[in-house]
Design a protein around this ligand. Structure first.
Ligand code: ADP
Ligand code: AMP
Length: 218
């Protein structure tokens, strides 16, 4: 049976980190709208030009743009065995649009995993995040250094970068924007009996154990 999943959580909650484990074990495409926007911006595509002014400031890209790229992505064949949405939906309008898409495509959602972390600790996590330039694996100066200093655990490359929107000036606004939408979205999926909460304020491995327990029970 296809596992059609949403990974929810505030910026810095650990979605990308857990997505690496999920994809490794359950083999489905990882669809991160944030990654799609960053790729479009770095390639200078029309989508990137539309998105940049919003992502730069930590604001949400308009729903019609975001819904459009997800709709195209979910229609691709590689989502047939399942998919993992990360960072989408982030508004109720997006949640409704996704419900229409999954119905039209006959790909009903299996579960929504909400990684729950107190927003107070997220500023510290986000400003310490760094990412492998080659494969996108995520690390943290305070909580998750590569096993060999300066070498990516996943692909062995040596170059890393910090996201522009992880600089302190953008982080505060991102958190504010996302905290506002988080509670109604959680209620939306709770009301539909799809929501599973995981305590994200634990070691990365422990969070993964909890996520995996849920996924293997579906
Ligand atoms: P998101 O995709 O939700 O924005 P990430 O997975 O990129 O979050 O994690 C944000 C930062 O916090 C990264 O630097 C990551 O290494 C680190 N991190 C992820 N999970 C944990 C955790 N459970 N405890 C401490 N740091 C974490
Ligand atoms: P993320 O990588 O998920 O932290 O997303 C980075 C940025 O991309 C966000 O701050 C938004 O500007 C934009 N973005 C990502 N996902 C969405 C979404 N579902 N709706 C609107 N904007 C989004």
């Amino acid at each position: 049976m296809a596992l059609n999943l949403i990974l929810m959580g505030l910026p810095g909650a650990g979605k990308g980190t857990q997505a690496e484990f999920i994809v490794d074990k359950y083999h489905m495409p990882h669809i991160s709208t944030g990654d799609m926007f960053r790729a479009a911006i770095s390639n200078g595509t029309p989508l990137g030009l539309k998105a940049k002014s919003f992502t730069d400031k930590g604001n949400l890209v308009p729903d019609e743009v975001t819904n459009g790229i997800v709709k195209q992505r979910l229609a691709q064949k590689d989502t047939e065995p399942g998919f993992l949405l990360d960072g989408y939906p982030r508004t109720l309008d997006q949640a409704d649009a996704l419900a229409d898409m999954t119905e039209q495509l006959h790909k009903p959602l299996s579960a929504v995993i909400n990684i729950d972390v107190d927003p107070k600790i997220l500023t510290k996590r986000l400003t310490a995040r760094f990412i492998c330039k080659n494969c996108g694996a995520t690390y943290n100066k305070l909580y998750h250094m590569p096993k060999v200093d300066g070498t990516c655990d996943v692909c062995g490359h040596h170059e890393f970068y910090q996201r522009d929107d992880d600089k302190p000036e953008a982080v505060q606004n991102r958190l504010k924007v996302n905290v506002k939408m988080n509670t109604p979205l959680i209620s939306y999926y709770k009301d539909r009996d799809l929501l599973f909460n995981v305590n994200g304020d634990q070691d990365i491995d422990k969070v993964w154990q909890d996520v995996d327990k849920i996924l293997s029970s579906l």
